[in-house]
Design a protein around this ligand. Structure first.
Ligand code: NAD
Ligand code: 2HG
Length: 455
């Protein structure tokens, strides 16, 4: 093996060693923050073949992401849907990288089996489907795309506000069944109505701008004090928003605090004849309570894009044995039910594929954690192909006093050209570029670092 530059990661055994402790990587020559070169680097410069990296892509990850990963020479196995847990466990044992969307649950039980896993790419916004804490403490970085589909969700919600106000779903269904039913009773313009946004983050704030452009007044509730866009107004309490809004829309993450945040009490606090929209996560709305509120006429209409349990694949799966109340939901008037398509546009999926695909390549090839949701963010100008006998060393360890001194005693036999370290809670991430290292030295360094963690 001709050695130019190498990277290796040696996660601390106290954090449970990442299986890839001995993986060597060859960096690309660009600075990590910019666009990635699409071409693979010359093979002879790599202490391992890029073809050694095995990637499992589930849930129909967009072609743009697949192209970036295959362009690097990695082995990519692609599946259109998510996998049942037993099959997932079987496959995850063998791969270095997994790419998922919202359906694949990477719980501790699954991740415990992922002995070779280096990194998880969530080709979506939400990361609630991954046990982030467990992943971090086992040296597995997680990346997502924080806002590439925000606009798509905001546009869907605008469409739903009008569709609910005009009972478009019902009229269209009637026409499909051959029934002409021309009514104006309880059909409204949205101009002058109040939209209440719960969660004023990427999606909520984008929606705020669009809704104002349609002539709506916007109020919002968020646990954080956030700058209002346009003439929107933050309200101090959820109850204030519920009492004032004609349309209530949810854009909060799935958290213990947001579970059933709209239940019978909150539905009662809403205006008579108000509308509810949920395109955040299914656990945020107590659906049986919503069914009751719609049956009583308290709530005039609802749009749901997300559900506590969602099918793994496309097909006729929206039936009672999934959640238990599907039939009741489907029998209601003026309810729009969509299969978690808020972010499902060509534009959003392409952008997510590129963003997450590039983040994965940067991490695999350079150890750069910029944008990671569970690791300290570390970036350093990468080694160039003109620098022979250099190595990049990544050491993920517990953030306890004295580790850096011990690491540097080990690296001190070589020339440490650059070094950076950062921490996030009890986790720390060290990146060091050392020169004057031969392949045999790397093995020695790796063994010494691993021995460190055994203490
Ligand atoms: N339907 C879809 O296809 C789709 C697409 C993208 C995102 N989502 C979901 O939408 C959620 C929101 O996305 P985003 O990009 O706007 O997220 P974001 O993180 O930018 O914004 C979320 C906001 O919610 C606020 N918040 C958190 N807890 C809260 C609470 N208890 N009460 C009030 N506010 C609270 C946060 O402070 C933040 O401002 C995501 O977490 C994801 O689950 C769904
Ligand atoms: O594409 C998906 O499966 C998830 C979409 C959305 O909920 C997200 O979190 O980005």
């Amino acid at each position: 093996m001709t050695q130019a530059q190498n990277i290796f990661r040696a996660p601390d055994a106290e954090l449970s060693v990442s299986p890839s402790a001995a993986t060597f990587h060859s960096p690309l020559s660009s600075f990590g923050g910019g666009a990635l070169p699409q071409r693979a680097q010359p093979k002879q410069l790599k202490p391992f073949n890029t073809q050694d990296i095995k990637i499992l892509l589930l849930e129909n990850v967009n072609q743009s992401g697949r192209d970036i990963l295959t362009g690097q020479g990695y082995q990519v196995e692609f599946h259109k849907s998510s996998l049942p847990e037993d099959q997932l466990i079987e496959k995850i044992r063998d791969v270095h990288v997994i790419g998922i969307r919202s359906k694949t649950k990477l719980s501790e039980k699954v991740l415990r089996e992922a002995k070779n896993l280096l990194v998880i790419g969530c080709f979506c916004i939400g990361t609630n489907q991954v046990d982030l804490e467990y992943a971090a403490h086992h040296g597995i970085a997680v990346f997502n795309s924080p806002f590439a589909n925000s606009r798509s969700v905001a546009e869907l919600v605008i469409a739903e506000i009008i569709a609910l106000a005009r009972q478009l779903g019902d009229r269209s269904n009637e026409m499909h069944r051959g029934t002409w039913n021309k009514v104006s009773n309880k059909c409204w313009e949205i101009r002058g109505k109040t939209l209440g946004i719960i969660g004023y983050g990427h999606i909520g704030s984008q929606l705020s701008v669009l809704a104002e452009a349609m002539g709506m007044s916007v109020i919002y509730y968020d646990v954080v004090n956030l700058m209002a866009l346009g003439t929107a107004r933050q309200v101090p309490k959820l109850e204030d928003l519920l009492r004032e809004a004609d349309f209530v829309t949810l854009h909060v993450p799935e958290l213990p605090e947001t579970k059933n945040m709209i239940s019978a009490t909150q539905l009662n606090q809403m205006k008579d004849g108000a509308y509810l929209i949920n395109a955040s996560r299914g656990t945020v709305v107590d659906i049986p309570a919503l069914i009751n509120a719609m049956r009583s006429g308290k709530i005039a209409g609802a749009a749901l894009d997300v559900y506590p349990s969602e099918p793994r694949a496309n097909g006729d799966y929206f039936i009672n044995n999934l959640n238990g109340w599907e039939e009741d939901l489907r029998s209601l008037n003026n309810i729009i039910l969509t299969p978690h398509i808020g972010g499902s546009t060509e534009e959003a999926q392409r952008a997510i594929g590129v963003e997450v695909g590039e983040a994965l390549v940067r991490y695999i090839n350079l150890g750069i954690t910029l944008g990671s949701v569970n690791m300290p963010e570390v970036n350093m100008r990468s080694l160039t192909l003109e620098e022979p006998d250099h190595a990049r060393i990544i050491y993920i360890h517990n953030n306890v006093p004295g580790v850096l001194r011990k690491v540097n005693e080990i690296l001190g036999n070589h020339n440490v050209d650059k070094q950076i370290s950062d921490s996030k809670g009890d986790l720390a991430y060290l990146m060091a570029d050392v020169s004057d290292v031969q392949t045999s030295d790397l093995k020695e360094i790796q063994d010494a670092l691993e021995a460190l963690s055994c203490k």
